[in-house]
Design a protein around this ligand. Sequence first.
Ligand SMILES: [Zn+2]
Length: 439
Amino acid sequence: MTLEVIPIGGFSEIGRNCVAVKHDDEIVILDLGLMMDHYIELTESDDIENISGKKLIEGGAAPDINILKDLKKHVVGICISHGHLDHAGAIPFLANRFDADIHATKMTCEVIRNLTDRDRKPIKNKLESHPVNCRFKLTRKIEIEFIYMTHSIPQTVGIIVHTKEGSVAYLNDFKFDASPTMGPKSNIARIKELKGIKCLIVDCLYADKEMKAQSEKIAQQMLYDQLLNTDTDGRAVVITTFASHIARLKTITKLGQKMGRKVVFLGRSLAKYVHASEQAGVADFSDVNVIPYRVKIDSWLKDTRDYSKYLMVMTGHQGEPKAVLSRTLNTGLLRLKRDDIVVFSSKTIPVDVNIENRKKLDDHLKHNRIRIFSDIHVSGHGAREDHRDLLTWMKPEHLIPVHGGMKQLGAMKELAVYDLKYKPEKVHVLYNGQSVKLA
Ligand SMILES: [Zn+2]
């Protein structure tokens, strides 16, 4: 009997998350994500476009599933941890190559439906939705367990692949949030109960940060404190944030009520995630005016005389030229004046194109004397002290850090080896294609 981890995407790089767990002749795929900066370079869009899986793999935007060669036919299930595009975005392009069902929570299934059917990229794989804490039989030899974890999109789960040879745990992405503003806390009780974890594959994006992740409650309080204590009377207020961050969008909706303003969401991706969350029954945005399409967005901005009656929420927090904020500012459709307010409830993801785009946007805003409120945000990823707790509770025999560059992967190895006394050969810093035999 054998147990093996085969890295496919997201190893020693950030994005296109995908890993295969092989037990005897059966394979489970965990996540099927996109590398978003490469995807945007290839398609000039952050939406699902009509491009082939082959082109995406060649361009480094999708995981290279050819690593599996003739093992592809042994795939018995595809499990998706959450609905972010770097974990689920390659499904419309690659899932058809496997004769296997897709297993995920309800929210993640709704996001996948949005990416496939509603974007006219149908897949033949059956979508199976499961509760956020559950254990189900995938085959005679493999059971899958979902464990609820807090992150920046609802219904994120850690996935455990249970086999007779031991279990492989996959926690990518997660944080331990003691005061989430939506949904329960991470299921720490279950993590502590787990026995026989042969290997943990873990998100180490902030393994080099000596801290615990900050709670979403802090971002909520920052938004309330800063916006409710600023003179906004008669001023336009625009907030931009991550479209998939449903908890943050709920906070912004409450903020709108506190400010006595009608909330308007402008942008296609906002509409998609809002729709998915409503379909999954995790949130209700019936009191928000959601406008997805460009023509309608443009006419709303043109025809609305007094912006100060509204709290406008828009896509474009990275300064993307095609997103609503930059596009409508540049075309003059969004008429912001001196002392109007633009809030970035986000953090600039530090790649050159974002830094450049954001600078252009900031220059435009500053030139027009518009007030900028930046960085009203906390991350959805755990940091070093979350990792220490996780490893202490779960006690995995082997550790595979993912979702980081060399600095973060090294920091996780250092934590495990120097502080937690792991033998160096039990901590595997891997590249895609470099598999590890556990049994
Ligand atoms: Zn994520």
